[in-house]
Design a protein around this ligand. Structure first.
Ligand code: COA
Length: 477
């Protein structure tokens, strides 16, 4: 105490000498709560990193998702430590359990790779007893995540008003195909979203039709956006004490990922897009952003080039970027040192109309090397290149396994399978990837958590609310 008093005195003395510091007040910000350390946070944990629990530990998710977009979101939340309780229709479950099946009688990889780190409970949401279980789940959980067709949740009786009244802290997070507007009632799948979000019209070659991409930017991309929204809503709830609706439309999610193309649409009104190879080829631009083949999305010209073995290996290619600061190094490597000073090649603007010829010349060199040799040689002198990796190469890549990005999981009916681990690595929240649940594997365990026991539990088991209709009075899954 004595020392404290002394230092306060010393502070006020020095404050008298120095000009008073201007206090900047941030609009709407409340002063930090007065706690032991003055910033509203608990004292820093003294536990070793990775042993202080997971980022979302204690957060309970009522996972009403199916197919891909919603499950991607809840799996990520599960990777971060949330308790994800997946509600599935008795006897059937998420439709993807049986889609693209490769092993007879086992859940498909479509399902297993999107539903790790979750528990499964079967509930017929339209059965009176099912509604009762759902009410308890709504009271028990923090977030309800769903990606049903528009209106389906309301038709189940789970309106926002009902949920908010039952649990004012509940966050209701939804993926829909479109936001408010003329298409809001439409059902939407991945490729529809890619088309409606501007990705397809800007993907592919100028001479060909629009193309969809293999990366699931509509489904998994929107699931990722939704996960971000949920975490923000959880953070805001700390201040407001109440939940809110979080909506991610797949069209919006795709457009967010295609924002550079909306950038180019606006640039187009001020002149041609000079970095597009079409400009160098003298092909005039139309009114909308064209498909740019393998042009780089940024200001640095790039293209996909053949590498050694391309005649037989469809993935023997590299992406090659002719970044201006390393132009000299590129010229040396490909055996064209004279291009460093030739006015037709020495500067980026001079090169733009000659890109086709430049890349064809670089390709003569890349064709003499494997894509990995190109990577090694170019990266040594900071030339940005990237091998075109096949899924086979990715599945077998030791460094991706070591990093926990590709993870092998054991499953009781299908055996070992590969999944994609958490793409976000955190030093104090270490992801443990767990296998997907069997249909209804945790039904009883979760019912007990919701205080069902004895005769009440037996009544639920025989009600038909948690069993397939054809099984009638059968026991719980
Ligand atoms: N118990 C009882 N009924 C259940 C249930 C349960 N546990 N789970 C789902 N259902 C019912 C729903 O209530 C709905 O019934 P209703 O139409 O009578 O109201 C029905 O199952 C079908 O749900 P729905 O979402 O319409 O599935 P669908 O197979 O017809 O459509 C999508 C699938 C993906 C097109 C649609 O859900 C959708 O557009 N979702 C939003 C966008 C999206 O996420 N798309 C990407 C998917 S990867």
């Amino acid at each position: 105490m004595a020392t404290k008093k002394k230092s306060t005195k010393a502070k006020s003395k020095s404050a008298a000498k120095k000009p008073a510091k201007k206090v900047v007040k941030l609009a709407g910000r409340k002063p930090a709560a007065k706690t032991a350390n003055g910033n509203g946070l608990p004292r820093p944990s003294t536990k070793p990193y990775g042993q202080a629990g997971k980022a979302l530990e204690g957060v309970r998710i009522l996972d009403f998702t199916h197919v891909q977009s919603g499950p991607t979101c809840t799996q990520l939340l599960g990777y971060m430590g949330a308790d994800v309780i997946k509600v599935e229709r008795p006897g059937a479950g998420d439709v993807t359990r049986g889609q693209l099946r490769d092993v007879k009688g086992a859940d498909s990889l479509y399902f297993t790779m999107l539903n790790g780190n979750k528990r499964s409970i079967t509930i017929d949401s339209k059965h009176p007893k099912g509604k009762e279980i759902l009410e308890r789940l709504i009271k028990y959980c923090d977030v309800l995540v769903e990606n049903f067709a528009p209106g389906a949740l309301d038709r189940m009786g789970l309106t926002w008003d009902y949920i908010h009244k039952t649990n004012p802290r509940m966050i209701v997070a939804s993926v829909k195909g479109f936001g408010p507007g003329p298409y809001e009632d439409c059902k939407v799948y991945e490729n529809v979203a890619q088309c409606a979000g501007g990705a397809a019209s800007t993907t592919g070659f100028r001479e060909g039709p629009p193309l969809v991409t293999g990366a699931q930017i509509g489904d998994s991309g929107t699931g990722l956006h939704l996960a971000f929204g949920i975490v923000c809503a959880l953070y805001q709830r700390k201040r407001t004490g109440r939940g809110q609706k979080v909506l991610c439309a797949m069209q919006d999610g795709v457009l967010n990922l295609a924002r550079v193309k909306l950038r180019d649409q606006q640039r187009l009104t001020h002149g041609p897009l000079t970095e597009y190879s079409q400009h160098g080829e003298g092909v005039p631009f139309g009114k909308a952003v064209p498909r740019a083949g393998n042009d780089s999305g940024g200001g640095q010209p790039g293209w996909i080039l053949k590498c050694k073995g391309w005649e037989t290996d469809p993935d023997a290619y590299t992406y090659f970027i002719t970044q201006a600061p390393v132009w000299g190094a590129i010229c040396d490597i490909i055996g064209k040192p004279e291009w460093k000073t030739d006015p037709d090649y020495a500067t980026p603007p001079a090169r733009l109309p000659r890109l086709k010829h430049i890349f064809a010349t670089i390709e003569e060199w890349t064709k003499t090397k494997t894509k990995f040799e190109v990577m090694e040689i170019c990266n040594a002198v900071d030339i940005p290149v990237g091998p075109i990796l096949s899924m086979k190469e990715i599945a077998e890549d030791a460094s991706l396994r070591d990093a926990g990005t590709v993870v092998e999981v054991d499953h009781p009916t299908r055996g070992k399978y590969l999944t994609v681990g958490n793409p976000v690595k955190m030093s104090d929240s270490i992801t443990e990837v767990k296998r997907s649940p069997l249909l209804g594997e945790h039904t009883e365990e979760i019912l007990r958590l919701l205080d069902y026991s004895g005769g009440e539990l037996d009544a639920v088991k025989t009600s038909g609310a948690i069993t397939a209709p054809e099984k009638g009075q059968a026991q719980a899954a």
